[in-house]
Design a protein around this ligand. Sequence first.
Ligand SMILES: *Cc1c(COP(=O)(O)O)cnc(C)c1O
Length: 413
Amino acid sequence: MRTAKTDAAAQATSTSTGKNEQWIDKAKAHLLQNYKQQPIVLERGLGSRVWDADGREYLDLLGGIATCGLGHCHPEVVAAVRAQLDKLWHVSNAFYTEPQIELATRLTAASGLQRAFFCNSGAEANEALIKLARKVQKDRGNADRYEIITFENSFHGRTLATVTATGQTKYQKGFEPLPAGFTHVPYGDLEAVRKAVGPHTAAILVEPIQGEGGVRAAPKGFLQGLRALCDEKGLLLLVDEIQTGMGRTGKAFAYQHEGILPDGISLAKSLGNGLPIGAMLCTDEAGKSLTPGTHGSTFGGNLIAAVAANVVARKVTEPQMLRDVAQKGEYFLTRLRELQGRMPSVVKEARGLGLLIGVELFQDAAPFIAKCRELGLLVNAAGEKTIRFAPAYTVTNDDLDHGVRILERALKS
Ligand SMILES: *Cc1c(COP(=O)(O)O)cnc(C)c1O
């Protein structure tokens, strides 16, 4: 339905008024140059569409990097945030607030874990997991158990501890000395994990699907194997659900595909539909270690972010919403595999679960991502050669078809 319009917009680039360019000149003068940013200035969004400063429309199948699960300006999120804006914004965690208590109630019910701690980002949620694991082992009398096993090619954040947990040296180079207490083993290799467990091991931290690492899922049974190993060795199983949680894979949380219960999980990205909020959820038993004064955050669980997250938590636990995500994801993956069949020398693999999907190419993805944008489609790279799609759960099959058509044109160019 929107195809003609977006294609018309695509042809209008040459006649753009140049507001994008003016802003980008200022950005280059004043912003820290730590990102490879796509050269457009986005101004407005609705559902799976966004518009740039020159009024050009794009199909957004990236959703703020797996963050705007309900789409841009979802009316229920907007209404909840608007109502809260006139009431109260922030009081700190020196006091109780209703939205935060409601959110803890919803997330614990959905996850099977009993305790919730709120922060502002994914990295902070993982920091909370790391501190939790160390403190639990100390409290059990295992003062020597401080090491966290994580995986090669993983991504856990940019703070010093989480970048050390991250199993990719490109994120660590130049920031040494890195904090002690992390070791990396090949993803999906249960025997390697077993061998890495030693007298200092406290916990295992794992992504159910490596998102930044190229949308790579662990082999079936891997999380179950880790759960059994953790039980056998007295370790905590920590699952990084920052990219995969809040309905993204067609379950509320991706570990639920394997029927296990972790000791702790981290959430962020989709949790606030674009407002900054993270969470660490854990078992009642583990949570006992973080006693008053041991951890905290000034902004964590702030009322504005919490009311947005409550709408997300309510909607992404509705069975119909989860079925939609699973069905749309299967539909999209099928279309992408057909595309692979048409272009087997360009597309190496299309993979993913629910609405977290990667298309791996035989070459660097960056030029094709730029071409997609020129044709009116927003995506990004996960790893060097993989194009990542993380559309809103409200995306239509028509939008997904349109995305595949643009991708095909970009790959043929
Ligand atoms: C994005 C991401 C993080 C880091 O989240 P920030 O909010 O950027 O700190 C950590 N782990 C995973 C799996 C992620 O996808």
